[in-house]
Design a protein around this ligand. Structure first.
Ligand SMILES: C[S@@+](CC[C@H](N)C(=O)[O-])C[C@H]1O[C@@H](n2cnc3c(N)ncnc32)[C@H](O)[C@@H]1O
Length: 245
């Protein structure tokens, strides 16, 4: 029987020892997990609200008031909402493979939803643009290195020359991983998450998310054709950059 992408991603995978697991990405197609999604990042990502403010400022430094922006990994709608509220003239194309997360984005945007076109899929499913700017928050870490490079190239191709691109995600070197993921757990616990749950989350991320080092992330941005790559955000396990197409 043919299954939709959503149905396929809800099937548990089996390890060689017979135990079952769900990939972290599966959370984005589980309706109950998605329902709880919006409460997660502010408790897990240090400075999450200010990350949105910084991304808004970095984009607005280089784009006009009637900018057309591309948001990769737009599911949930949190940054779309922050951008739309801050700049009434901006319009958006948001891309995300999770239909559930896009539905949440629509609910999150409410009256602002008319300014965002949401596309279920990957970067190839995004309109050609050209866009005045682009953003990808807490998303690129899910993409394997080679595919990440192709994705970044496709983002750049859709941008006007010199347009800003803002990205932030897990980025930590192998040597420092244990130290900073210990702090990730500490931060979650200090936000009120049970320690056992925080530890399970950390283990799933470390086992399944293809995290690169900050140096590799920067190299990929340059390799994709971006220039002026600048670090603007460093928070325990997370890093963020602004670059120009
Ligand atoms: C942690 S959520 C972040 C959502 C939102 N950007 C935020 O900051 O709240 C990661 C999102 O990336 C999406 N995603 C995963 N792989 C993707 C890909 N290759 N291209 C675009 N989005 C992807 C997931 O479906 C999910 O909605």
């Amino acid at each position: 029987m043919l299954r939709t992408r959503e149905e396929r991603s809800r099937i548990p995978r089996e390890r060689p020892d017979g135990t079952r697991y769900y990939r972290p990405m599966d959370a984005f197609s589980d309706p109950q997990a998605v329902e709880r999604y919006a409460a997660g990042p502010p408790r897990l990502v240090p400075g999450f609200a200010d990350l949105h403010r910084m991304a808004t400022i970095l984009l607005s430094t280089h784009v006009p008031e009637d900018a057309r922006l591309l948001v990769l990994g737009a599911g949930g709608g949190l940054e779309l909402k922050a951008f739309a509220q801050a700049h009434p003239g901006w319009t958006f194309d948001g891309v995300d493979p999770s239909a559930e997360m896009l539905r949440l984005a629509e609910r999150m945007l409410g009256d602002l939803a008319s300014r965002a076109r949401l596309h279920e899929g990957y970067i190839h499913d995004a309109p050609e643009g050209p866009f005045d700017g682009a953003c990808s928050l807490l998303t690129l870490h899910f993409i394997e290195k080679e595919e990440r490079l192709r994705t970044l190239q496709q983002v750049r191709r859709r941008l006007k020359p010199g347009a800003p691109f803002v990205a932030a995600h897990f980025s930590v070197s192998r040597e420092e991983r244990t130290y900073w993921f210990d702090r990730y757990v500490d931060f979650a616990v200090s936000s009120g998450i049970a320690e056992e749950q925080a530890r399970r989350g950390r283990a799933a991320i470390e086992a399944n998310v293809p995290i690169l080092s900050p140096e590799e992330d920067e190299e990929l941005l340059y390799a994709a054709g971006f220039s002026d790559v600048r670090l603007f955000y460093a928070a325990f396990t997370f890093r963020g950059w602004v670059a120009r197409a």
